[in-house]
Ligand binder design. Structure first.
Ligand code: AHR
Length: 503
């Protein structure tokens, strides 16, 4: 049977009409701007790692003290905890970021904790929030913890002892953990070997890839001898660095990291999406490097290492991604007010992660509270910024398998699309950056039920939630079932829509 004849096309097309109310009628000003979205459920792009929806917290400004943690009560801030719980992150990265380069984890355990200057980001850190607090926080979220070790001012032994403290049942540091009130190992699976080690300005000492490679091997060996099951994230940077790191470290490199922040050119909201498009190109470039420089499987790994090599193909850890504008407040200008345009940007990022599922193993959004963050606090209250809502919706609805989806036609320029499935439901995530685009969807799969549309939108791309008006939420959410047999879907201007139907 020819492929074409087996196809059943369901067409959903839509026009967003700009209407002006005149007495007794609505006058149509524009013809619909249409686009066609074609989804091929048989063209699988890859399994979407659940870990693409991770978060990141760092000892930076008000991210932890005054954000995650209320130091005056020596407890987690309940309003913030509830908001992070509703984001449902599967993964949480800590303690940095650049902060990692001066952080000594032993300062943050037990009863007597030293007060240190935060030499990277300023201020004082009394270490009240340390390893046990972080790991308990992650447990309360149901998130897998991801720890980054100090390769700047720390040592490989110190990193291996941290693995023992977190994961071992026996040994001096396992006993310390028990004495600190935690009998069961935490079982931390994800470990980052350093952070942005190539950065010249940072307090690192491994800015040459060969120095990094030599040290990373040593760290990997000592840490894996403590727990052979841990997975390692190696630091990535420019192409030349990546090639050397991948070629040399691939037997023990589960992930290579990539940090990407998008930015808007002043007065040009659309430039945010050009910046995000560059990010997709960077992901694909690193994916190609992984393919070129690492075998899928490691062979002939000497048994004398006394731990196994990596078991899966190397994948990208996008362990810092987000939107970093030039006009932030607070420490180093990192406290942002995000508009609805930024929320469209976040949804576009999440579409990119789905489209590139084959190469992205994990992603942690930088960051979570107050710093480049979806959640903002003051002493009295906390709010969810616009960018919070697409993340929460995608995490809830998108499926585990990425399938091919394309947009064509006049309205496609302003449209971003990704599709996923769990084998039963087809989920199409659409971002309409265009003010009057229409969407026409063709499916080459039978859908048995009606379409449900989950729509997020705001009155304008400038709309934002602020601490000045904490009771106002500019983001609207609508869920509606489309009429049986619907072939059109009217996608509103600057909206995010997730369409679902049973396969
Ligand atoms: O997320 C803020 C900072 O950005 C991190 O500390 C660093 O890794 C990156 O450059």
């Amino acid at each position: 049977m020819k492929q074409q004849s087996r196809r059943e096309f369901v067409k959903l097309s839509a026009g967003t009409l700009l209407g002006v109310a005149v007495p007794g009628r609505v006058r149509k000003l524009f013809q619909p701007n249409t686009a066609e979205v074609t989804v091929d459920v048989r063209h699988v792009l890859g399994a979407i790692s659940p870990n693409i929806y991770g978060q990141f917290i760092e000892h930076l400004g008000r991210a932890i003290y005054g954000g995650v943690y209320d130091d005056s009560k020596r407890s987690f801030r309940p309003d913030v905890l509830e908001k992070v719980q509703q984001l449902r992150p599967p993964l949480l990265r800590y303690p940095g970021g650049t902060f990692t380069k001066i952080y000594h984890w032993k300062d943050g355990i037990g009863q007597d904790r030293p007060v240190r200057k935060n030499l990277i980001w300023g201020g004082i850190d009394n270490n009240h929030f340390g390893t046990d607090e972080f790991l308990r926080y992650a447990e309360q979220l149901g998130a897998a913890p991801f720890l980054t070790v100090n390769m700047g001012t720390g040592t490989a032994e110190e990193a291996a002892e941290w693995v023992e403290y977190c994961n071992a049942t026996a040994g001096d540091y396992a006993t310390k953990r028990r004495n600190n009130g935690r009998a069961q190992p935490y079982g931390v699976r994800y470990w980052g070997l350093g952070n942005e080690e190539a950065a010249k300005e940072d307090a690192g000492r491994l800015q040459n890839p060969q120095d990094y490679i030599q040290q990373a091997w040593y760290y990997a060996k000592l840490m894996k001898l403590q727990d052979p099951a841990i997975q390692l994230v190696m630091v990535g940077d420019q192409e030349g660095w990546n090639q050397q790191v991948l070629q040399a470290l691939h037997p023990v490199c589960d992930y290579i990291s990539l940090h990407l922040y998008a930015r808007t050119k002043p007065g040009d909201p659309a430039s945010l999406f050009a910046s995000i498009a560059e990010i997709e190109a960077n992901i694909q470039k690193l994916g190609a490097q992984i393919k070129a420089f690492t075998p899928e499987k490691v062979v002939d790994f000497s048994k004398w290492y006394r731990f196994p090599s990596r078991q899966q193909p190397v994948r990208i850890a996008l362990d810092e991604w987000g939107i970093w504008e030039a006009n932030g407040q607070g420490a180093y200008g990192l406290e942002m007010e995000y508009t609805w345009n930024h929320a469209l940007g976040v949804a576009t990022f999440l579409n990119i992660f789905q489209r590139n599922a084959a190469v992205i193993g994990l992603a942690t959004w930088a960051q979570t509270v107050n710093v480049l963050a979806p959640i903002m606090t003051n002493e009295i209250t906390s709010i969810c910024q616009t960018v919070y809502y697409p993340m929460a919706l995608y995490r809830k609805l998108c499926g585990p398998q990425s399938v091919a989806a394309t947009a064509t036609g006049a309205g496609a320029a302003g449209l971003d699309v990704a599709a996923s499935t769990d084998g039963k439901t087809l989920t199409i995530a659409l971002v309409n950056r265009n003010s009057r685009a229409a969407v026409e969807i063709k499916l080459n799969a039978k859908t048995t039920g009606q379409w449900t549309a989950h729509e997020l939108n705001a009155a304008s791309i400038e709309a934002k939630n602020t601490l000045a008006a904490p009771a106002t939420n500019v983001v609207s959410y609508k869920e509606r079932t489309l009429p049986a047999g619907a072939k059109t879907y009217a996608m509103a201007a600057h909206s995010i829509t997730i369409l679902q139907a049973t396969l």
